[in-house]
Structure formats: structure tokens, C-alpha cells
Design a protein around this ligand. Structure first.
Ligand code: MN
Length: 250
């Protein structure tokens, strides 16, 4: 029984090569009893349970449904680019869509997986915006709008008028990296003090990790980074204390 975590692929379309990498990974790697966690921003934008997206990414939906029937346990943690997703895998599906965290016990290690956009408690304007995007008003707006229109809005909001490649547009800013590291490490420490052994996050696209030992206890914080650039996802294998990075096979 293994745990897989992937986040921040920012898939723009079904022609995106990282999309094929994701499909191959889901198809070939996880087996019955394994956990597979999508930790947010898998898609550059997917807002609401709209046919439009299901059609665009129908292979994703069908592979996840198939593997779920075969016994893989899926979680989808919503990100700041993909949210209001309840129902996208079908109303009766057993695939868990959650809005912030997944907590698991694996090999007697307590694990918490989160997208990471809640890491900075001082970023009040972002937190307010996040609340707004998930509010009843937006839910109603998404429900009555066409998929094409939501897609257009999502594209405009995530890209603006910028023509730069996504890998550059979303790369963490060198100047802010030390600040990011501080924020995410503090965030991890909060979970360690609540009894978690492994903290996994994404969102900031910084390929960071640290481990520490206190007495008998061993802790790990690991960030998925930016798979479009680093080409990696995370796996915690049965019998291993820590998550490790694994390269996509091409
Ligand atoms: Mn994000």
C-alpha cells in the first residue's frame, strides 16, 4: 500500500504533454489499496462541475473512475485554480473531493497533505478572495453560466494578457524564495506540533524539503515543487518513513 501525491501540473489543455504524463502515471502506477492524492492546481483552471471540462479532460475522468473501481483510493484536494469540483467524477462516485486537507495514517506515520495556499495566515487579502471564490454567490454564478464562459473567465484570470510560457509565468520569484521557505516551514511546524509526522504541500512551486529528528520522532516536510519544470511526483512506499521524489517516465 503506497501513497502518491501530485500537484501543480497547471494543465492548460488535453494537448499539454504533462497531461499525457499524468494519464500514464494513473494508468500504470497505483494498484488496489494505494492512495492517490491530487493536491490542487492539477488543472490551470477547472471551475465547477461543468460538462465543458469533463469533455475536454474526459480521459482523465475515465481513467480515474476505472482505477477507482479497481480499488485505488483517490482524493482530490481543490487548489486555487481548480475548485467547486464536487460531482465531476459522477454523483455516485467514491472519489473524495475535499476543499483543504487530507489526513492519512500510513505505516503508523501520521500524514497531512494540503495544497498549500493556506500557508500564509498573514495574507488576509488572499484568504478573503479564497472565501469569495468558494462562496454561494460564485456557486450560483457558475451554476447558471455556460462552461465556455467559465472557461473564458478562468483563462483570463489565470493568464491575463500574458503571453509568457506557463513555466516562466508561474516560477517562484527568486527574491521571495527565502520568505516562502520561512512561511512553509512555519506551516509545517504547526502540523508537527499537532502530532503529524509528514507534511506535504504544493502551491508555491518551490522544490523544498526538510527533515528533523527529535528524540525518537522523525519529521518530514516536502513540497511537490513544479512538476512542469522538475518532472517529479511524490511517493511514500510501504515500509518507508519518508516521501521520495520520483521522475515521470517518458
Ligand atoms: Mn496553487
Amino acid at each position: 500500500m503506497d501513497v502518491y501525491v501530485i500537484s501543480d501540473l497547471h494543465i492548460e489543455s488535453s494537448r499539454d504533454s504533462i497531461y499525457q504524463d499524468l494519464l500514464n502515471l494513473i494508468e500504470n502506477e497505483p494498484m488496489s489499496g494505494d492512495f492517490f492524492v491530487f493536491a490542487g492546481d492539477i488543472f490551470d483552471h477547472w471551475i465547477g462541475n461543468k460538462q465543458f471540462y469533463q469533455k475536454n479532460f474526459e480521459k482523465f475522468i475515465s481513467i480515474v473512475q476505472k482505477k477507482s473501481k479497481e480499488g485505488v483510493i483517490f482524493y482530490y484536494i481543490e487548489g486555487n485554480h481548480d475548485f467547486l469540483l464536487k460531482g465531476i467524477f459522477g454523483e455516485s462516485s467514491s472519489i473524495n473531493i475535499v476543499d483543504s486537507f487530507v489526513a492519512l495514517e500510513h505505516d503508523s506515520r501520521k500524514i497531512i497533505i494540503t495544497h498549500g495556499d493556506l500557508a500564509n495566515p498573514h495574507d488576509k487579502s488572499y484568504l478573503l478572495l479564497r472565501k469569495f471564490w468558494r462562496s454561494i454567490w460564485i456557486k450560483c454564478f457558475v451554476a447558471i453560466s455556460s462552461g465556455q464562459f467559465i472557461d473564458f473567465l478562468g483563462r483570463t484570470l489565470s493568464r491575463g494578457s500574458s503571453q509568457t510560457r506557463i513555466e516562466e509565468r508561474l516560477a517562484p520569484d527568486e527574491k521571495s524564495i527565502s520568505r516562502l521557505i520561512e512561511i512553509y516551514h512555519q506551516y509545517a511546524e504547526k502540523f508537527f506540533s499537532k502530532g503529524f509526522d509528514c507534511v506535504v504541500a504544493g502551491h508555491c512551486h518551490d522544490r523544498d524539503e526538510y527533515r528533523k529528528k527529535i528524540g525518537e520522532k522523525e519529521f518530514q516536510y516536502i513540497n511537490v515543487g513544479f512538476p512542469r519544470v522538475h518532472g517529479e511526483y511524490l511517493v511514500k512506499s510501504q515500509g518507508s518513513m519518508y516521501f521520495k521524489r520520483v521522475h515521470f517516465t517518458r
